[in-house]
Design a protein around this ligand. Structure first.
Ligand code: NDP
Length: 496
């Protein structure tokens, strides 16, 4: 008997459709390549343009709905997601590979964002401003941008789309969403969630297909007035350049090379716990993952002993197994990239002290498993200390005293997140003020963020207004100022 493979369709104008040329691509489970997860639309520019047309047609109806009414739909999506959280968690693990505990965390975070953004529907106000003219009232309000493209990566296939789509909806925009090609199934589930919550047809559209053609066509479509992107710095740079040229709004969240400083007075056990969680959780495939640790030479030996012991105790395996700490990498491309960086670091003279190999054997042969890997004696000029690996690979650097530790941590083109372990308030404050990153942690891992706080980086890690938190609607709106003259007759005052 032939096995049936599910077919994922595009969502355009409220209808699930095949792409125009009728081609699909096959997707496999990253934990076991023998398992086909489904077939998805290999769309082209034509489909992208169809989706933009549908979003444009739905815009005026959606934008004219009062924001608290739009928010009711986002609240409903929140309520449905909470009820179906286990189903969504399992789907993330199967498609992306991360352990179930991490997927549950992602679903929880997505629900928090929906809840927070829905509340913003009742707070989408502006300012009233005193005028220097008599009988003049000045106020501001926020208008939606129009049609926005949401282009997202595979590493957080639910929460990143949610934290872009929810504020875009609240602000009154209509959307064309392009999920990463290796996690389209979660994108489809998310669109269905919003439709079940009552979102009108055409407000949220989704197409799958290669970023280089379909994603590009969205960015280049004249009717797309804003692009919210998360992914590699290379793609983000192109999107930002293109948007600048054609005066579109763009918001790009990109890579990181996040460092943890372990100061001389740190609680070493706490630091080891945080570094291991940051470096190897979700197989290091987080933009906020810890990829460098900069440790004070005076405590390096004790730190390294504990770090190696903890790292060697991690269990690598399929994300669905309850004992798994570290799941597979999400794709063959990621596997090859991570193995390249490992061999390159060895060639550059970094000292491999843990891991370093692709894992095989019974359950692992058909998945993309790499051992949690640590390089010691890394220097700031090595590629392993400078480029984003996006895998379970940690570089250890060392220095003496706060100034040197900070200077090493700041020696990066990236600036997403960072952390310090110290009990000394003066060191913590120095770090909080001088660390060149957008998100700072003190005595906690480089990871994560809360729905009500801004998320994003500086330098090559992020450009454009911050995501999440109460300013998330900023990117998805234009601020307009209104002057109302209520003198009712010719006024004396002169304008400048
Ligand atoms: P990309 O930047 O290529 O992909 C991110 C998203 O952009 C995907 O939906 C992709 O589509 C799409 N895309 C690709 N090219 C274009 C384009 N020219 N125009 C518009 N959209 C485009 O990242 P990758 O997934 O290829 O990952 C490469 C590396 O990027 C990783 O190894 C990691 O270092 C970094 N990365 C960082 C992330 C972060 O959270 N900061 C997240 C993911 C990756 P498609 O999937 O079809 O290619």
């Amino acid at each position: 008997m032939q096995e049936t493979v599910s077919i994922g369709l595009n969502l355009i104008g409220g209808e699930w459709k095949s792409c125009r040329r009728g081609e699909t691509y096959e997707l496999y489970n990253p934990a076991d390549q023998r398992v086909v997860l489904g077939r998805f639309q290999n769309s082209t520019e034509e489909d992208a343009n169809d989706a933009v047309r549908a979003a444009k047609a739905a815009f005026s109806g959606w934008a004219s709905l009062p924001a608290p009414k739009r928010a009711e739909i986002v609240y409903e999506a929140w309520s449905i997601l909470k009820k179906r959280s286990e189903e969504f968690s399992l789907a993330i693990t199967v498609e992306e590979g991360k352990p179930l505990a991490d997927s549950r965390g992602e679903v929880k975070r997505s629900a928090n964002v929906l809840e927070f953004c829905a509340g913003e529907g009742r707070r989408l106000g502006g300012d009233t401003i005193p005028s220097e003219l008599p009988k003049t009232f000045i106020w501001t309000y926020r208008r939606p941008i129009g049609v926005v493209a949401v282009i997202t990566p595979w590493n957080f296939p639910l929460s990143i789309p949610v934290w872009k789509i929810a504020p875009a909806l609240i602000a009154g925009n209509t959307i064309v969403f392009k999920p990463a090609s290796i996690t389209p199934g979660i994108g489809i589930k998310l669109c269905n969630l919003f439709m079940d919550a009552g979102l009108p047809p055409g407000v949220l559209n989704m197409i799958t297909g290669p970023g280089g053609s379909v994603g590009r066509a969205l960015v280049e479509n004249v009717d797309v007035r804003g692009v919210s992107f998360t992914g590699s710095t290379e793609t983000g740079r192109w999107i930002y350049e293109y948007a600048a040229k054609y005066m579109k709004k763009a918001q790009c969240e990109m890579g990181g090379k996040n460092a943890v400083i372990v100061a001389a007075d740190a609680d070493v056990d706490l630091a080891v716990e945080g570094v291991v969680q940051g470096a190897f959780g979700s197989s290091g495939q987080r933009c906020t993952a810890t990829s460098r640790v900069v440790v004070d030479s005076s405590i390096k030996k004790v730190f390294m002993d504990k770090l190696l012991e903890k790292t060697r105790s991690l269990k690598v395996g399929p994300g669905t197994a309850t004992a798994t700490d570290v799941g597979p990498l999400s794709s063959r491309t990621q596997l090859e990239k991570v193995l390249f960086y490992i061999s390159d670091a060895v060639n550059e003279g970094a000292k491999l002290v843990a891991g370093g190999r692709r894992l095989t054997g019974e359950d692992l042969d058909h998945g993309y498993y790499v051992e949690p890997t640590i390089f010691d004696e890394v220097t700031t000029d090595m590629r392993i200390a400078r480029e984003e690996v996006f895998g379970p690979v940690l570089s250890v650097l060392s220095g003496s005293g706060m100034d040197e530790l900070l200077q090493i941590a700041n020696d990066s083109t990236y600036g997403l997140s960072g952390s310090i372990y110290t009990k000394d308030i003066a060191r913590a404050m120095k770090y909080a003020h001088e660390s060149e990153v957008g998100m700072i942690h003190i005595n906690s891992p480089t990871l994560g963020g809360e729905a009500q706080a801004p998320f994003g980086g500086i330098k090559a890690s992020g450009i454009g207004p911050r995501e999440q938190g109460k300013r998330a609607v900023e990117f998805f709106t234009e601020e307009v100022v209104v002057y109302l003259d209520f003198t009712g007759s010719k006024r004396e005052a002169k304008f400048i």
